[in-house]
Design a protein around this ligand. Structure first.
Ligand code: NFS
Ligand code: SF4
Length: 672
């Protein structure tokens, strides 16, 4: 094995220690493979077409600037069928959107199916926890929350409401025409833009299917038209599947409220049975969280010589149970092999998405039991499959926990748990932010807006997305976030980015005085919140859309999301889901920056469209900036340009509003 420079691989000390341990023990990890296998230079630019058996066809980078090529030179930049670089790159990009959307929407379908079973009382362990949210969401879907008329009206039972709601929501997946229900949640102006360009999504499944069809060999050959469907598809994720799963998960498992916990591999305990839940779906993890607390389970663990059971999470499954139960997080995406290498992990329980196949190999080098639980995601070898079944979910969870306990006495390798962990405060759902910042009287995002208008908060940034082994773990996240905070930009975060923020102490209220500019620091200190608000898993990017919409509706910051002094970023993205998310943010009017690499650079014309042309249609646009400091600079410049357009660029002093100003705000809010 080649020598690795651990500081280049991760800025996380816990990761560095464990990569060294892996090296010493001869265990190969993603970091070794990244060193020996370089990315294909043509594929990385999206310029390799392998959608039919006459290819793969590669279109090399142009020798001249776009538009200056001769006909002959253009021909050399074509696939066998004549597909141009633009078509090839657009198809590849669109297929990433399709796959990313399918991942979120299929997750969402699972949640909706569970919701129906819960509503009918056919499950084990689940219940409807947030009745207030149930009623609010039900009303939106046209489900009555009372029976009878006028004074005789009586409230319907939560199960009755949920049953009807479940049927309506499930229809959204197969819906063929019209618009998805949550399109109506967007600011009015945004809805009109979507209608104008014909991209208001019809259903959660149809948009993926149509996009796959249109990117088949010999179908859609106009990159703008391909992107039109990619946009409609992405919107069926952000304002469709993802939003549905956030809502239904909140209704069943509880809407997140602020909760304290801890993050990084130091949360594992040497003398406890350690279980990590890794993946994306909270369904089984909710039950595992219950099972580990049962006295019989604790007794059983003690009978095997353990002091207790330590449950922790990884990736978005972690975010889900962290937000709702304060269960500690062992780490983000690039920590998955490393957790096993501690030698202290008795079971890693995985479901779907972002799971390395190499976990099976690594687990076999230690005593760790790798347990797959989802019928859609099995491993050929090296894992035990215990299938999730909502009708016996708690029993399945107990079985999983028992497997882990039984494995505790089998620990063999020297155990090394890095003494690295950080306290965090999480749970900033859209509703919680409204409550904290909106005040109890108005119950809107009004106070937030007021502070943005007054200039204490310069703007809002969403920093989301993955880790990527092609760049130093967490380093871009940290540089970007710190730059933003310093400039009074409040950060909303989800996914592995939010975990990164937590690992270096940014998810505590105390971080405000240390990292923020004076305006933002003052707000955070007054309200008692961290300057980076952890809003959940990647499906919970829908919460960011809702927060942005609430800002528009609260008034004073324009009439559309594209008017807000806001920007989004995924500086260490790697997953196709991130591309789907990026596309729905762009189509919602947000300037969205990605780091590491960008999968469209194989066509200058197409990239130009994503980085510039698309803004004329949707008010948002993509950007690719590898350097996080430069990314921060451009995001802040964008925020400032929006402030200028709103006429609040000079309002650094707090403006106390008079009645006239308030009336104007309210009028704008009504319009939105
Ligand atoms: Ni989002 Fe969450 Fe992490 Fe990236 Fe993967 S875990 S769904 S895709 S890697 S942020
Ligand atoms: Fe080549 Fe065209 Fe087939 Fe793509 S669709 S692999 S460009 S022949």
């Amino acid at each position: 094995m080649a020598e690795l420079d651990v500081e280049k691989l991760s800025m996380d000390v816990a990761a560095q220690e464990l990569i060294k341990k892996a090296q010493a023990e001869g265990i190969e990890t993603i970091f070794d493979r990244a060193k020996t296998m370089k990315p294909c230079p043509i594929g990385v630019e999206g310029a390799c077409c392998r959608i039919c058996a006459q290819g793969p066809c590669r279109v090399p980078p142009p020798k001249k600037k776009a538009g200056e090529e001769t006909g002959e030179e253009k021909k050399q930049r074509m696939g066998l069928c004549g597909a141009t670089a633009e078509t090839i790159v657009a198809r590849n990009f669109a297929r990433m959107v399709a796959c990313g959307t399918s991942a979120h929407n299929d997750h969402s379908r699972g949640v909706a199916l569970l919701f129906k079973e819960v509503a009918h009382g056919r499950t084990q362990g689940y219940e409807i926890k947030d009745v207030t949210k149930l009623r609010r969401v039900a009303r939106e879907w046209g489900v009555a929350i009372t029976v009878g008329e006028g004074e005789d009206a009586k409230p319907r039972s939560k199960n009755e409401i949920a049953q009807e709601l479940a049927d309506k929501v499930l229809m959204a997946f197969g819906q063929q025409s019209g618009e998805l229900q949550y399109v109506a949640r967007a600011p009015k102006k945004r809805q009109e833009i979507w209608r104008k360009y014909g991209v208001a999504p019809r259903g959660c499944d149809i948009e993926v299917v149509e996009l796959m069809h249109r990117t088949h060999m010999g179908v859609d050959q106009d990159y703008r038209n391909i992107m039109k469907q990619a946009t409609r598809c992405a919107l069926s994720d952000g304002w469709g599947g993802s939003m549905i799963s956030t809502d239904l998960q909140d209704i069943m498992f509880g809407c997140p409220v602020p909760v304290a916990s801890e993050i990084n591999l130091g949360v594992l305990k040497e003398d406890h049975v350690n279980i990590i839940i890794h993946g994306h779906e909270p369904l089984l993890p909710e039950m595992i969280a219950m099972a580990v607390q049962e006295p019989e389970m604790l007794e059983y663990a003690k009978s095997k010589g353990a002091k207790g059971i330590q449950l922790a999470g990884m990736c978005c499954s972690a975010n889900e149970i962290l937000m709702r139960h304060g269960i500690p997080v062992a780490g983000n995406y690039l920590h998955q092999e490393l957790a096993i290498i501690t030698g202290a992990l008795d079971a890693m329980v995985v479901d779907v998405q972002c799971i390395f196949q190499s976990l099976a190999n690594v687990a076999q080098c230690y005593h760790t039991k790798l347990i797959t639980t989802d019928p859609r995601a099995k491993m050929e070898a090296g894992a035990l499959h215990i299938e999730y079944d909502e009708h016996h979910a708690l029993d399945v969870a107990r079985k999983v926990v028992r497997e882990a306990i039984d494995n505790f006495p089998n620990r063999r390798a020297p155990v090394m748990i890095p003494a690295v962990s950080h306290p965090i405060v999480v749970g900033f759902s859209y509703e919680t932010i409204q409550y904290l910042l909106g005040g109890s009287i108005r119950g809107t995002y009004y106070t937030l807006n007021d502070n943005v208008i007054g200039g204490r908060i310069r703007g809002v940034a969403g920093v989301v997305g993955c880790n990527n082994c092609r760049t130093t773990q967490d380093s871009s996240h940290m540089t970007l976030i710190k730059e933003l905070l310093k400039n009074d930009v409040i950060v909303l975060s989800t996914g592995c980015a939010a975990m990164a923020a937590g690992k270096y102490g940014l998810l505590t209220p105390e971080a405000a005085s240390q990292y923020c500019g004076p305006g933002l620091a003052e707000i955070c200190e007054t309200v008692g919140i961290p300057p980076v608000l952890h809003m959940g898993a990647c499906v919970d990017n829908s919460r960011i859309l809702m927060a942005a919409t609430a800002c528009v509706k609260a008034g004073g910051l324009g009439t559309d999301i594209s008017d807000l002094p806001a920007a989004g970023a995924a500086p260490e993205w790697m997953s196709e889901k991130a591309i789907a998310i990026g596309q729905y943010f762009v189509a919602s009017g947000v300037y969205t920056c990605f780091g590491v690499t960008f999968p469209s650079t194989g066509s200058e014309i197409f990239t130009d469209y994503l980085f510039k042309g698309i803004e004329e249609e949707y008010g948002g646009k993509w950007d690719f900036i590898a350097d996080p400091e430069e990314m921060a600079r451009k995001m802040i410049a964008h925020i400032d340009s929006k402030r200028k357009a709103l006429g609040i660029d000079k309002a650094r002093e707090r403006v106390l509003m008079d009645m006239d100003m308030r009336r104007k705000l309210e009028a704008a809010a009504e319009e939105a």
